[in-house]
Design a protein around this ligand. Structure first.
Ligand code: ZN
Length: 327
């Protein structure tokens, strides 16, 4: 994936910060250990002295140089053995006097040879997701906060079940979905009237899925389309946001149907749904529309994919938000 220059600079700063922190902490540890263990300080100066002696033999005959180098190596090894013993006497690990880098592979430099280190890629990706979701008005919710007692136990004849029974089932299903989530999970279409908990349930799923380390994008359909449009018509040709929306592990598209519909949003929606189905990546769509209304509002190529490929969860009840505000 291609990232913007700003993101690249921000990632570089984070990695550089990690390195500086590791080295500053190391300098502090070294100073403390020297103070607590004078013998360590003496050993260190012995090692430096012996290096100086070795350097001084530059230009001497081969036999002398070899002898000096051999002696220096032996002195060094002996000093290192003694330092190890000192650390062990203080119950400290062998690498205590070395900088403790976050990434052992690159020593927090961000690169391995001429390649970017995987730690740098990870920071870039995390920043990109943070930035994308920062523009979302949605906040995480939890399953624990979900109140089933707001849903009536009275059976609705038309559906042969009560909202409570339906929502108990849907709640369990969403919880299980979050617990067992992987990128092979199915896509969900949560539909039903306003205020029945579609957003709550999908953001509770998002929270759990993110905790497992998956990359999630969540926003209202309108905001996602606006952001895609802004990116499309700007000079930013990295298509960073579009790539995240199309390729993230889980995409949550809230409130589909309330967007201002244009040719652009229609094409963008089809592209999102189709690309993610082809890549076998799960999407959760929330909408006040029923499947039938989706068929009426959207083109057949969009509605047939939602109806054919998504598991539909139809929520029942009275507006929970209204009940909460009246409570
Ligand atoms: Zn690294």
């Amino acid at each position: 994936m291609i990232y913007t220059n700003e993101l690249f600079a921000a990632a570089k700063e984070i990695i550089e910060g990690r390195r500086q922190k590791a080295e500053a902490e190391n300098a502090k540890r070294l100073a403390e250990f020297e103070k607590a263990e004078p013998r360590y300080k003496a050993l260190k100066s012995e090692m430096i002295d012996s290096m100086r002696i070795a350097m001084a033999t530059v230009g001497a005959d081969k036999a002398t140089t070899e002898k000096v180098i051999r002696e220096q190596r032996e002195r060094n090894l002996a000093a290192q053995r003694e330092i190890k013993a000192l650390l062990s006497a203080h119950n400290l690990p062998e690498d205590y006097l070395e900088p403790q880098y976050t990434c052992k592979k690159c020593g927090d430099t961000g690169s391995v040879g001429i390649d970017l280190c995987s730690c740098f890629e990870n920071v870039l990706q995390s920043l990109a997701f943070e930035e994308a979701n920062r523009r979302s008005p949605l906040r995480f919710s939890t399953f624990e906060e979900f109140r089933l007692d707001y849903y009536s136990e009275k059976v609705i004849p038309e559906y042969h079940c009560s909202p409570r029974a339906r929502m108990t089932e849907i709640f369990a299903l969403c919880k299980e979905y979050a617990e067992n989530f992987d990128t092979d999970s199915e896509s969900l279409f949560l539909c039903g009237a306003t205020g029945l908990g579609k957003t709550h349930l999908s953001l509770a799923i998002a929270g759990e899925v993110i905790k497992k380390g998956y990359r999630v994008i969540y926003n209202s359909a309108q905001n996602i389309f606006s952001e895609l449009q802004r990116e499309y018509f700007s000079r930013d040709n990295t298509r960073q946001y579009e790539t995240l929306v199309l390729e993230c592990d889980l995409l949550i598209l809230d409130d589909l149907g309330t967007e201002f519909s244009t040719q652009f949003t229609d094409a963008a929606l089809y592209n999102i749904i189709n690309t993610r189905i082809n890549m076998h990546l799960p999407t959760i769509i929330n909408s006040n529309y029923t499947q039938k209304q989706v068929e009426e509002k959207y083109s057949q190529r969009i509605s047939s994919r939602i109806i054919g490929e998504y598991a539909c969860l139809f929520l029942l009840g009275n507006d929970v938000r209204q009940q909460k505000s009246e409570a």
